[in-house]
Every structure is written in C-alpha cells, then in structure tokens.
Design a protein around this ligand. Structure first.
Ligand code: 3HC
Length: 284
C-alpha cells in the first residue's frame, strides 16, 4: 500500500480545520484550501490556538507546536492538490458543490490519490458519481470536535475499490483515530442513531416541559452522556443538525429523522448555537 505523505483539505471550517490539525499533528505536510486568504488565515489561527493550549497544558512541546503549524500551507487554488496522496473534502453540505469539486479534484489529482468526503448525511456514492474514477472516492466522516472525538467512519460507496478504502482506514489509524468500516447508507452508523435520538430529546423538551438545563442534566447523569443533548446540538450547530435531519428524513421517510419544529424555528431566527453566540444557551 503506497504511503500517504502529503494531504490536502478543501474547506477549513470547523471540521476541515480540525482534520488539518490532526494531519499536521501527525507530521504530515498539509495543504489547506479556502476561498479567500483571510478565511485560510482564520483557520490557521484556530489550529495555532488549540495547539498553543496543548503546550500550555504540557501536552505538546513549543517547538513541536511551531513545526506542526509550519506544516500547513494555505492556498485558494485547487491546483495545489496535484501532488497530494489524499485529499479531504469538508466544504458546504450540499450535493451540487461537492459533485462539482470531486469532478475537479478527479482531474487535478494524481490517479493513485485517494479522494475522501467528510459528508455527514449525503450519499458518498452520489458525490463519487461526479468523478470519472469513482473507485478511489471514500467517505471519511469525522465527529465534532474532530481533534477530540476518536471515531472516524470509513464509508464504502457502491464503486469504492478495496485499496483506497483500506488506505483510508490505515490513514485514520495513523492520525490516532479509531476507524470503523461501513457501507454508504443514510447517516452511516452513528448519525443514523444519534440524529433521531437528539431529535427525540428536543421533542421531549416541550412534551415533558423540561428546561434545556434539566434535559442536559438528565442525559448526563441518567444516561452517562459526556455532554447533554442541548449543549451538543449547540456545539454541532443548529443549522447543521437541521440540515442533516432533513437529508436523512428525505432518504428514510422515518418521522423521527425530521427536524423538530422548535429547531427549525431556531435555525430560521439565526440561533445557530455556539457559533452564532446563542442557541439553547448563550455564549459570550
Ligand atoms: N478543536 C480542537 N481542539 C479543541 C476544540 C476543537 N474544536 N474544542 C476544544 N478543544 C480543545 C481545547 O483546547 C480544550 O481545552 P481548553 O478548554 O483548556 O482550552 C480541550 O480541547 C478540551 O478538552 P477536554 O478533554 O478537557 O474536554 P472535555 O473532557 O470537556 O471533552 C468533548 C470535550 C470531547 C467534546 C466531550 O464533551 C464530548 O465527547 N462531547 C460529545 C461530543 C459529541 O458527541 N460529538 C459528536 C457530535 S455529532 C457529529 O459530529 C456528527 C456530525 O455529522 C453532525
């Protein structure tokens, strides 16, 4: 199996920046692409901040931190991925822009490069259909916050070939994750279970007339969750969660997948959780 030496990440939002952080921490040369140089710099600052916190907490040497940040090259051009061995896509969660991107990556990247999408609720098979070589397209689905959550789902689409699939799995292990293999079904493994469960929690807020604080205390202290569901939806982003729920509902037609009206109203009002400063809770 050819070794992965250089990695690309398209889209440096919360998930893309987290994936890039994992790659540079693992010693890999990493190219990160954003649409503007300013957005790229914001992502680099974010990564630098979290690595500095590790130094302050004695988990990382200052020199290692500086070397890691130095391994990240920023670009606004896709051509910069021509010599990458693995390219992650972490752009907007919509099929058309993802398909367009995979068509371009397919043309730009070396034929043996693996192309991975971090989609959480779209079909990897449909994204891969835009590439003339869909056999090298896989899903590598990370969980938020990517640098902290151990899991990565390695998703086999209809036409994914064995070699790129196993390279993606081995890469997940190399960057310190716990990969699991699955096929391309709506929500894969964890979101298929977690999204309806979170939707149930939000419906119970109204049904049982419970506060977000008490719901969170309930699930933390009664079910052993590390973080309550309202805090978690605020962390993931209410817009992201609503979008994923809609995508899964569209595919499965299971009522529990549909986003609760309360979440849709919050999304429409711009209450997106932590990133907008207000969701179930306020963040100053
Ligand atoms: N990136 C990098 N580093 C980060 C970070 C981020 N986004 N967020 C926090 N950190 C760092 C910070 O430096 C922080 O330390 P600081 O506060 O001292 O600066 C440190 O990580 C916190 O680490 P801890 O180990 O102290 O944190 P906790 O023990 O509180 O654990 C947690 C945090 C791992 C997030 C835990 O609360 C947890 O497991 N929560 C559940 C999260 C979860 O379920 N995620 C899945 C969401 S679903 C999903 O992603 C699917 C998608 O498709 C929608």
């Amino acid at each position: 199996m050819a070794e992965i030496r250089k990695v690309g990440v398209v889209g440096l939002g919360a998930m893309g920046a987290g994936i890039a952080q994992l790659c540079v921490e693992a010693g890999l040369e990493t190219v990160g692409r954003e649409v503007t140089a300013e957005l790229g710099q914001t992502a680099r600052d974010r990564i630098g901040h979290f690595l500095t916190r590790k130094v302050e907490k004695g988990q990382f040497e200052q020199e290692a931190r500086d070397d890691a940040v130095g391994r990240l090259t920023l670009t606004t051009e896709l051509d910069a991925f021509a010599d990458c061995d693995l390219v992650f896509e972490a752009i907007v969660e919509e099929l058309e822009p993802k398909q367009e991107l995979f068509g371009e990556l397919d043309r730009i990247c070396r034929p043996d490069a693996v192309l991975a999408t971090n989609t959480s609720a779209l079909s990897v098979t449909e994204i891969a259909a835009a590439a003339s070589t869909p056999g090298r397209v896989v899903g590598m689905h990370f969980f938020n916050p990517a640098p902290l959550m151990p899991l990565v789902e390695i998703v086999r689409a209809e036409l994914t070939e064995d070699e790129p699939f196993e390279r993606a799995f081995a890469f997940g292990e190399r960057i310190g994750k716990t990969p699991i293999r699955c096929h391309d079904t709506p929500g894969f493994v964890v979101n298929r279970v977690l999204i309806p469960l979170l939707n149930d929690c939000i419906r119970v807020l109204d049904e049982a007339r419970v506060t977000p604080e008490d719901m969170d205390a309930g699930m933390k202290n009664g079910a052993g969750w590390p973080m309550g569901p309202c805090t978690l939806v605020d962390l993931v982003g209410i817009d992201v969660h609503v979008h994923a729920s809609e995508a899964l509902y569209e595919k499965t037609r299971e009522p529990r997948m549909a986003p609760p009206p309360r979440l849709v109203a919050m999304r429409n009002a711009g209450l997106l959780g932590r990133k907008s400063g207000r969701g179930f809770y306020r963040y100053d």
